[in-house]
Ligand binder design. Structure first.
Ligand code: HEM
Length: 533
C-alpha cells in the first residue's frame, strides 16, 4: 500500500480527480433519486387510468397555525376537490357542500374511517376513543354507548341541570366583574359552564368554583390535546422514521396520556370503590356509573374503553362550546346593533320576569340566527377530525385511493360568497327564515340549503350535537337576558385572530358587563353558586 502512494501523487491533477468527481456525482444522483420522491407528489392512477385530484406539486409536513387559510388558497387554485401530500399520506380536501354530501354522506360506507394518526391515536388515545377509532365494531360500540347519553331524548333529561349551570355562569360573571364594576375575561367561566355539563353527563358531578383544581387541570389537558393533535401539523405523523428519535411532540403526547389516566382513571376508580362499598345510591345517574355497573362488561369493554369514553366527552364537548360562547360575547360587544335587536326580541317574547327556556327558542328567530352566524363565522374546528377512505373510489373522473385522508374544508365552505354573500361580515340576518335546528339542518338532502358545517358530516358527525345545541341556546339567551356587553376602552377585541391551531377560541379579551334590569340581579342572587347536583 505504502509503495503505491507516491505514484498517485505524480498523476496529473485533473486525472486524479476523475474518480472523486465521478463518485461525488453518483452519490449526488443517488441522493437526489432518494430525496425527490420524498419531496414531490407521486403520480398515481386508477386501474382505468383516472388521475388523483389536482393539487400542490411539493409534499408538506406542516401548514402553520392558520392552516385553514392555506387550504383555502389551494381550494381557490385547484377547485372544490384537490389533493395534497403530507409526507407519505395523501389528503383530499373537500371544499364545496356538494362534494362533501356526495362523498361523506352519500358514500359514508367508504368514507367514514379515521387515519391511525401516531400522536393522537396511538400515543394519546391508545386507539380507543370514539373520535379516533377506525370504522369498525369498536367504533360502533363506542358510538352507540355515547348516543345513549347524548341523544335528543337523553338531553331532555339534563335540561334542569343545564338551566341551573346557566345561572351559575351568569352569577360567576357577575361576581368576577365585582358586580359589573370591573372589566373581566369571560373565558374561565365559559369553560366551567361546559365542563360542568360534561361532568354531569359522564360522572354525575361538577366543579364547585372557578378555583376548583379539577377545572384548571382539565382545561389544561384539553388545550394541550387541541394543540398537539392538529391533523396537518405533526411531521412525526407523516414521516414514520422520525418516531425512532425522541421528539418534544412525542414526549408531550405521552405525558398527556399519563395525565389523562391519572385524572380520569382516578375518578373512575373512586366511583368503582363507592359502588363496591354498596354506596351506589349516592352517585347520580350518569354514563360512568352505568358502564361500571355492568354495561361495559356486557359490551365486552375493557377499563381503558371506559376511560376513553369519558375523555372523548371532555375533549369533544368543553372547548368547542366554550369557544362558541366566547365568540358570541365578543360579537355582542363589537356589534351593539345586533345585541340591541336581540334584546328587543327577548323583551317581547320573554319579558323581564324570568330567564328564557327551551320552549322560547322557536319564538326567537333572531337569537336563533345569531347562534348560527357565530358558528358559521367562527367554527371551533376549521379543520375538523378528518375522515379516511376504506376503498378505492372514482369521483367525477378523479381517483381517490383506499387509505386517503379526507378533510372537510369548513373555512372555504363557510366563506363561499355565493352561499354567504359578504361572508367575512357578521350578519345574523342571513339566517332569518332558517327555523331549523342545526342538527335537523344537517339532515337536509340539499347540501346548499344546510345552515353550516361546524359539526362535521356523514356517519362521524358530532354525536354531541343535541347537547351542544341545548347548552348554547340556554347560555346565549340567558346571557342576553341578563347583560349588555361592552368593549373596554383601549382594549379592542380581535375578531380575526384566535388561539389554538384550528379556530378554537378568541385571543384572551376583557369585556365590561352591565346588568340590563334589576330582576337579573335578583335571579342570580337567589341562586346558590356552589349549587350541587
Ligand atoms: C359547539 C360544539 C361542538 C362542535 C362545533 C363540534 C364539532 C365536531 C366535529 C366537526 C366533529 C367531527 C365530525 C366528523 O368527523 O365529520 C366532532 C366529532 C365528535 N364530537 Fe363534537 N362538537 C361539539 C360538541 C361536542 C360535544 C358536546 C361532545 C360530547 C359530549 C362532542 C363529542 C364529539 C365526539 C365524541 C366526536 C367524534 C365522533 C366520531 O368520530 O364518531 N362534541 N365534533
Amino acid at each position: 500500500m505504502s509503495a503505491s502512494a507516491p505514484e498517485l501523487v505524480v498523476l496529473p491533477s485533473s486525472l486524479a480527480l476523475i474518480p472523486t468527481r465521478l463518485g461525488l456525482t453518483l452519490v449526488s444522483l443517488a441522493l437526489v433519486a432518494f430525496l425527490i420522491p420524498l419531496l414531490i407528489r407521486p403520480r398515481i392512477r386508477s386501474s382505468a387510468g383516472h388521475p388523483t385530484p389536482p393539487g400542490p406539486f411539493f409534499r408538506r409536513w406542516y401548514l402553520g397555525q392558520y392552516n385553514e387559510l392555506v387550504l383555502d388558497k389551494w381550494a381557490r387554485r385547484f377547485g372544490p376537490l384537490y389533493s395534497v401530500w403530507f409526507g407519505d399520506q395523501m389528503f383530499v380536501v373537500l371544499s364545496h357542500p356538494k362534494v362533501v354530501q356526495d362523498l361523506l354522506v352519500e358514500n359514508g360506507a367508504i368514507f367514514s374511517s379515521r387515519k391511525n394518526y401516531y400522536v393522537k391515536n396511538e400515543v394519546i388515545l391508545h386507539d380507543r376513543a370514539i373520535t379516533a377509532n377506525p370504522y369498525d365494531q369498536r367504533w360502533r360500540d363506542h358510538r352507540k354507548m355515547a348516543m345513549k347519553y347524548l341523544s335528543e331524548k337523553a338531553v331532555g333529561g339534563y335540561s334542569d341541570a343545564i338551566e341551573s349551570e346557566v345561572v351559575t355562569l351568569l352569577r360567576s360573571l357577575y361576581d368576577e366583574s365585582k358586580h359589573c364594576a370591573d372589566p373581566m375575561s369571560p373565558a374561565l367561566s365559559a369553560v366551567r359552564y361546559t365542563l360542568n355539563n360534561m361532568l354531569r353527563v359522564s360522572f354525575g358531578t361538577r366543579t364547585t368554583s372557578l378555583d376548583d383544581p379539577l377545572l384548571h387541570r382539565i382545561q389544561r389537558l384539553v388545550m394541550e390535546f387541541d394543540d398537539i393533535t392538529s391533523p396537518t401539523s405533526n411531521a412525526i405523523d407523516f414521516f414514520p422514521f422520525l418516531r425512532l428519535f425522541p421528539t418534544k411532540t412525542h414526549q408531550r403526547a405521552a405525558t398527556l396520556n399519563a395525565e389523562m389516566n391519572d385524572q380520569y382513571g382516578g375518578m373512575i376508580a373512586a366511583m368503582q370503590a363507592k359502588l363496591d362499598a354498596g354506596l351506589g345510591a349516592e352517585i347520580p345517574d350518569c354514563a360512568m356509573k352505568h358502564l361500571l355497573e355492568g354495561a361495559a362488561q356486557e359490551g365486552g369493554w375493557e377499563s381503558e374503553d371506559v376511560l376513553m369514553l369519558a375523555v372523548a366527552f371532555a375533549f369533544g364537548g368543553v372547548h368547542s362550546i366554550a369557544g362558541i360562547l366566547q365568540w358570541f360575547i365578543a360579537f355582542m360587544a363589537t356589534h351593539p346593533a345586533v345585541a340591541a335587536a336581540a334584546h328587543a326580541e327577548l323583551d317581547q317574547v320573554v319579558g323581564r320576569d324570568r330567564l328564557p327556556n327551551n320552549e322560547d327558542e322557536k319564538d326567537m328567530p333572531y337569537i336563533h340566527a345569531i347562534i348560527k352566524e357565530v358558528q358559521r363565522i367562527h367554527s371551533p374546528f376549521w379543520v375538523p377530525t378528518p375522515h379516511y377512505s376504506t376503498q378505492d373510489f372514482v369521483y367525477e373522473g378523479m381517483f381517490i385511493p383506499k387509505d386517503t385522508v379526507l378533510l372537510l374544508n369548513c373555512w372555504t365552505i363557510h366563506h363561499d360568497e355565493t352561499r354567504y354573500p359578504d361572508s367575512y361580515t357578521f350578519n345574523p340576518d342571513r339566517y332569518l327564515g332558517d327555523t331549523l335546528a342545526s342538527s335537523a339542518s344537517s339532515k337536509l338532502r340539499d347540501p346548499m340549503a344546510r345552515d353550516h358545517w361546524a359539526f362535521g358530516a356523514g356517519r362521524r358527525i358530532c354525536p354531541g350535537f343535541a347537547i351542544a345545541e341545548r347548552e348554547i341556546w340556554l347560555a346565549v339567551s340567558g346571557l342576553l337576558w341578563t347583560y349588555t356587553f361592552h368593549q373596554v376602552p383601549n382594549e379592542p377585541i380581535s375578531l380575526a385572530e384566535y388561539e389554538g391551531s384550528s379556530g378554537r377560541t378568541p385571543l384572551p379579551f376583557k369585556i365590561q358587563l352591565k346588568l340590563r334590569h334589576p330582576r337579573a340581579r335578583e335571579v342570580m342572587e337567589a341562586h346558590d353558586p356552589a349549587h350541587t347536583i
